[in-house]
Design a protein around this ligand. Structure first.
Ligand code: SF4
Length: 400
């Protein structure tokens, strides 16, 4: 039994050669799959794919992981490779679903197709009815993939998550690692936790994890995984914690920070401003943290409270961001617009906050609607239809 865990090509329009593509998609590893200009942007490490591959290998299953997006595979090349496998696993998303359908139809001629990812999680019941689909695995899929293959039965597999995420093996990493990029090539992308205790209406974590929504790795495990990766890939130049929210709590984050000192590499992390105190941020800085990505989303407290449920006090956040800048952190702020009921004045308020904070860099994108989230359901309630692929693509959905 040979298994391919894949992130298939996603060019726009679907099916074209790369040099004819108008855009390309970024999917596995991204919280909000989207399309961008070909060869632009960053490539997130496909964590679930890499964990699943390692877990299957640990169980003696012949598994291969291939990220055809970061490798810029052509469609024909991908189908040729995939034809050698009995099972092909595909992450699905709302923004890529038309491309995913095209891929699935081709693959099903030779292999059993297993769907995973947020869109498959939200629409498992519908998707399993398609004759090309062998199985649909809800939520984080490492354990379920092993279950499905070992049992040898198709169908829908309900959430099966690690209680203790330290039980997961280190994710598979190979030479492709140098192609993934954060701000620059050569950042080791790591998860120190899974999930987040918050429940923002637009965020994938509210649907992708069923229980134990926030599960941290122990500091020992984080240090061990980084140590292992840096020994094998010594040209890595920095570390990036691509957690949903890295800095939850004080003691554990301080302990992780102190353990990172020995690697003598700059590191950065996806954070909230309010989930640890300033002393913890100071210890992070002292131990090599140079940049924080902070989700602020909107300059309107009404939007934060009543529309997206961010549980974030804007004035407090602004004060903390200024303190962090004074400490010497680079700040990457993330902001959005296009929220339901958002007024022109509120969009301007977000722009004012962006101007006021003077983040070193920022992301300002349209709300992209992700399958199954509260924002997705609100849209369906208002419009009587599901969002289109464009409305799910945070980069493209400006006209929504
Ligand atoms: S705080 Fe961030 S990771 Fe957590 S639910 Fe909100 S958007 Fe998602």
């Amino acid at each position: 039994m040979k298994v391919l865990i894949s992130n298939p090509p996603w060019y726009v329009p679907t099916g074209v050669l790369r040099n004819k593509a108008l855009r390309m998609g970024i999917k596995a590893g991204s919280r909000w799959p989207y399309t961008d200009k070909v060869n632009k942007g960053y490539f997130p490490f496909p964590f679930n794919m890499a964990y699943a591959d390692a877990y299957l290998k640990q169980g003696g299953i012949d598994s291969t992981v291939r990220d055809s997006i970061v490798l810029f595979d052509e469609y024909a090349e991908f189908f040729e490779i995939a034809s050698n496998f009995d099972y092909v696993v595909i992450e699905t998303s709302a923004a890529s679903r038309e491309n995913d359908c095209f891929i699935i139809e081709q693959l099903a001629k030779r292999s059993k197709v297993i769907l995973v990812g947020l869109h498959a999680t939200a629409f498992a019941g519908e998707l399993i009815k398609q004759r090309e689909v062998y199985a649909v695995l809800k939520g984080e899929y490492e354990r379920n993939l092993a279950n499905c293959l070992t049992i040898g039965l198709g169908g829908v597999y309900d959430f099966d998550e690690w209680e203790n995420v330290d039980d997961a093996p280190f994710p598979t990493r190979d030479e492709t690692i140098y192609r993934y990029r954060e701000r620059q090539r050569g950042a080791l992308q790591v998860w120190a936790s899974r999930g987040c205790p918050h429940q923002c209406s637009f965020c994938y974590v509210t649907c992708f994890y069923s229980k134990n929504r926030y599960r941290p790795h122990s500091p020992e495990r984080v240090e061990g995984e980084i140590s292992d990766a840096l020994k094998r890939f010594p040209r890595l130049k920095s570390i990036y914690f691509d957690d949903d929210t890295f800095n939850i709590g004080n003691e554990r984050i301080r302990e992780i920070s102190r353990r990172l000192k020995r690697f003598n590499l700059p590191w950065s992390a996806m954070c909230r401003a309010d989930t640890c105190n300033l002393e913890t941020f100071r210890i992070m800085k002292e131990n090599g943290c140079v940049e924080l990505k902070i989700g602020i989303e909107s300059g309107s407290q009404r939007i934060l409270d009543d529309i997206i449920g961010k549980s974030l006090n804007l004035e407090n956040t602004k004060r903390i961001v200024w303190e962090l800048k004074k400490m010497g952190f680079r700040i990457h702020g993330t902001f959005m617009y296009g929220f339901p009921t958002e007024t022109v004045e509120e969009v301007q308020m977000t722009k004012n906050v962006m101007a006021e904070l003077q983040c070193n860099s920022k992301q300002y994108s349209h709300l992209g609607l992700l399958s199954g989230t509260k924002a997705w359901k609100q849209f369906e309630g208002t419009h009587g239809r599901m969002p289109t692929v464009i409305e799910s693509d945070g980069v493209l959905s400006k006209g929504m």
